[in-house]
Design a protein around this ligand. Structure first.
Ligand SMILES: NC(=O)c1ccc[n+]([C@@H]2O[C@H](COP(=O)([O-])OP(=O)(O)OC[C@H]3O[C@@H](n4cnc5c(N)ncnc54)[C@H](OP(=O)(O)O)[C@@H]3O)[C@@H](O)[C@H]2O)c1
Length: 360
């Protein structure tokens, strides 16, 4: 099915993408990009030439410019935009360098380890006049737009409570980026960022604003005894329009990864809020109207998730915007400020932050 929002991209020259770092999600993004209407992958950069070559071969892109260093990718004059998919602690360095090289930047979530890093990254992008987006792909899916419009139209009445969870369970591995302190491990940064961003989006929709930031954040978490990162954690956010959010995340706990939004006139279940149909297809929202015997099923058809993200990004580049409206940098800054508060509530400070100068 054609996405009307991306149809205008058909006659434009494609945005030329370079991928910086060849890990797991980079492969997912490269696959998604093949379905994008507005861009194509032309280059890849890795810390080693072997990985760059392997990545190009795996993705069947014969004419891909391969670079055995990230610097080489950033110096590639054919590249318009880079997708940064290193572990979290390396995001700041490569976003700053990509901005200095004049590349538009889609950087994986969380944008930085903390608010202070993100302020510096956003400042660098603004000074360079390039688009910067934190890669919350779910924000670019029409399901998310539908959630916002249902709230704004009053389908739930007055919204009072949001429950948002993103969690999975892996065994502890000291070297894994999910568990290592040096890699910014733990559930809050890896997946709690989604739950917080959805809660801020919903609270904002209830206030007819793009997002809201909580006035109060309290939290609890279980830290791994060896690495000190959160195996799992929960938080309560309170917004000044009366919305309360209960968020939960983990890399060491299996939970139900859904969103529920409760209002005076009913409640909405989002069965698949985050990785919505990676390959495209139908998803559904379940709307329980107060007093109705059976809920309404709202079916939404859309293209592949990461192609939608790439197309949203390209629209902002073509519009000459500094931000992607689906996930603005102000929104990102508010998210990281909230994650900082959640981490503070459970006593999680990364070793790298302990003596770091404030870069903001
Ligand atoms: N949006 C999503 O759906 C989604 C899903 C999963 C992850 N993510 C985000 O994407 C980022 C990467 O996650 P991933 O699961 O793809 O990680 P990964 O498989 O471990 O890959 C990370 C890549 O970063 C590069 N790298 C640079 N410095 C590194 C270092 N010091 N240690 C290890 N690798 C280093 C490596 O690529 P080279 O060897 O080529 O240099 C490595 O393959 C994270 O920030 C994560 O939050 C997003």
């Amino acid at each position: 099915m054609e996405n009307p929002a991306t149809a205008s991209a058909v006659n434009e020259p494609p945005l030329r993408w370079g991928i910086l770092a060849t890990g797991r999600i980079a492969g997912v993004f490269a696959t998604g990009l093949k379905s994008a209407r507005s861009g194509r992958l032309i280059a890849v950069g890795s810390r080693s030439a072997e990985s760059a070559g392997r990545f190009a071969a795996e993705h069947g892109i014969a004419a891909l410019n391969t670079h055995g260093s990230y610097e080489g990718l950033l110096a590639d004059s054919e590249v318009d935009a880079v997708y940064i998919s290193t572990p979290h602690p390396q995001h700041a360095e490569w976003v700053m360098k990509a901005a200095a090289a004049g590349k538009h930047i889609l950087c994986e979530k969380p944008l930085g380890l903390n608010y202070s890093e993100a302020v510096a990254m956003v400042g660098a992008a603004r000074r360079a006049g390039v688009v910067l987006m934190e890669a919350f792909m779910y924000r670019c899916h029409p399901q998310t737009a539908k959630i916002v419009s249902l709230i704004r139209e009053g389908a739930l009445g007055t919204v009072g409570l949001v429950q948002a969870t993103f969690s999975f369970c892996t065994d502890y591995q000291a070297e894994s980026r999910l568990w290592a302190n040096a890699a910014g491990g733990g559930g809050i940064l890896d997946v709690g960022c989604y739950a917080v961003s959805m809660s801020r989006l919903v609270a904002g929709a209830a206030a007819r604003r793009p997002f809201l930031d909580p006035v109060d954040v309290s939290g609890a978490g279980v830290l791994h005894p060896e690495s000190g990162v959160d195996a799992y954690a929960a938080a309560t956010l309170k917004f000044d329009n009366g919305v309360i959010a209960q968020v939960a995340a983990g890399v060491g706990l299996t939970q139900e990864n859904v969103v529920r939004i409760y209002g005076s006139a009913g409640w909405l279940l989002v069965p698949s809020p985050w990785v919505v149909n990676r390959g495209g297809g139908a998803c559904k929202l379940i709307l329980h109207r107060a007093g109705a015997a059976v809920p309404d099923e709202i079916v939404i058809e859309a293209g592949p998730l990461y192609a939608l993200e790439a197309d949203a990004f390209a629209r902002a580049v073509r519009a000459g915007a500094s931000d992607v409206p689906e996930m603005s940098t102000d929104d990102t800054l508010g998210n990281l400020a909230t994650l900082d508060r959640w981490r503070a509530a459970i006593g999680l400070t990364y070793e790298s932050e302990k003596n770091a100068p404030n870069v903001s």
